[in-house]
Write a protein that binds this ligand. Structure first.
Ligand SMILES: NC(=O)c1ccc[n+]([C@@H]2O[C@H](COP(=O)([O-])OP(=O)(O)OC[C@H]3O[C@@H](n4cnc5c(N)ncnc54)[C@H](O)[C@@H]3O)[C@@H](O)[C@H]2O)c1
Ligand SMILES: CC(C)[C@H](C(=O)O)[C@@H](O)C(=O)O
Ligand SMILES: [Mg+2]
Length: 354
């Protein structure tokens, strides 16, 4: 368990409540160990993630993560050099554990259509997509520095992708599409970037191995527009690290709230790290009001992908649907007439409906 900062501990505790319910109902026993990462680790140890904690994480079956970081304008953590800040811990664990495939499903629950900010003629069609985001390459992991050249500061961030890095995520997206509606939209910026042109050529090569899957290429600026114009057109969105970061926040908002968007970071074996797509939400931290559903659904993904406990995962997903159908809402998806509940109450309601 990496509870992290801000709302992280609140939403992870709600997910643990649900996992404990699963243990009881299905007679399992999970062993939980806490690791500090992010701002809390900086405060405790002076670094956002200790090497010994990475080594320990490597001995576990899965990680459930809350979120890390603070207010990037005001928190003293952001006065530190970039490799000592909270986010460096997250990037380090993703890289060291080889978690290259980040799955971010975005589904509009029929009962939450009112929370979708799009006009009714668009939201009434509903949508159910998964963003498959490359997570250990690209701009996030290229060399970067800031130097003084000709008397002025110059900053650069390198965007690097190898064929191997692209091919493994492309294959993963096709495999996922085979189990869904068999459509992959590969998002790139091939009209400008070399890395995108390489990306596109590998998507086309791999497409030949998946003749049942329909493939389309879309430029990222158009994809940002299509996500609000007609989200129902998407099944699997395959994209590189930075574009996936941005588009997944956009997709989450059209589902009503980022507090609903779960995420799994996977590699080729069963190990995975599971976390809500949103951040530590410093603006609402400590108030027990954050929506824990993204974290609870991430725990369901953990049961499915790392523990091969599909029935238990479905039980959590159905319990979430039930509380939504019954009108229980945290503040972010609340409308008049609903039953407003806190973070911990939402966890308890879900566990009681397992
Ligand atoms: N995986 C992670 O750990 C992760 C992801 C994104 C951002 N961050 C970090 O979080 C910090 C804050 O970033 P930010 O403000 O840009 O993004 P954020 O996702 O934390 O918050 C954006 C908005 O969404 C709301 N929100 C987020 N999660 C919510 C939830 N569960 N329920 C209800 N509302 C929710 C927040 O209140 C805020 O208004 C930064 O330090 C950033 O680096 C961490
Ligand atoms: C906190 C940050 C480094 C992270 C990212 O950009 O990957 C977050 O925004 C996410 O989406 O998981
Ligand atoms: Mg993000």
């Amino acid at each position: 368990m990496i509870k992290g900062d801000g709302i992280g501990p609140e939403v992870v505790n709600a997910a643990i409540t649900v996992l404990k319910g699963i243990e009881k109902k299905y007679n399992h026993h999970f062993t939980y160990t806490d690791i500090l990462m992010g701002g809390c680790a900086i405060d405790a140890y002076g670094v956002p993630l200790r090497d010994e904690d990475v080594a320990f994480a490597k001995t576990t079956d899965a990680i459930l993560l809350g979120s890390i970081g603070g207010n990037t304008n005001t928190s003293p953590w952001y006065k530190l050099p970039s490799d000592k800040r909270p986010e460096a811990g997250l990037l380090k664990i993703r890289k060291e554990l080889g978690l290259f495939a980040n799955l971010r499903p975005a589904v509009l629950y029929p009962e939450l259509r009112y929370a979708c900010p799009l006009k009714e003629s668009i939201s009434e069609k509903g949508f159910d997509m998964v963003i498959v985001r490359e997570l250990t390459g690209g701009l996030y992991f290229g060399e970067r520095d800031t130097k003084v050249i000709n008397g002025e500061k110059v900053a650069h961030d390198n965007l690097v992708y190898t064929e191997t890095e692209i091919r493994r995520i492309v294959k993963r997206a096709f495999e996922i599409a085979l189990k869904r509606r068999k459509k992959v939209t590969s998002v790139d910026k091939a009209n400008v970037l070399d890395s995108s042109r390489l990306w596109r050529s590998i998507v086309n090569e791999e497409a030949a191995n998946y003749p049942e899957v329909e493939v389309e290429h879309m430029l990222v600026d158009n994809a940002a527009m299509q996500l609000v114009k007609d989200p129902a057109q998407f099944d699997v969105i395959l994209t590189e690290n930075m574009f996936g970061d941005i588009l997944s926040d956009e997709a989450s908002q059209v589902t009503g709230s980022i507090g609903m968007l779960s995420s799994a970071s996977l590699r080729d074996d069963a190990f995975g790290m599971y976390e809500p797509s949103g951040g530590s939400a410093p603006d609402i931290a400590g108030k027990n009001i954050a929506n824990p559903i993204a974290t609870i659904l991430s725990a369901a993904m953990m049961l499915r992908y790392s523990f091969d406990l599909d029935e238990e995962a479905v039980a959590i997903e159905n319990a979430v649907k039930k509380v939504i159908e019954e009108g229980y809402r945290t503040f972010d998806i609340y409308k008049e007439g609903d039953k407003k509940v806190s973070t911990s109450e939402m966890g308890e309601l879900i566990v009681s409906r397992l």
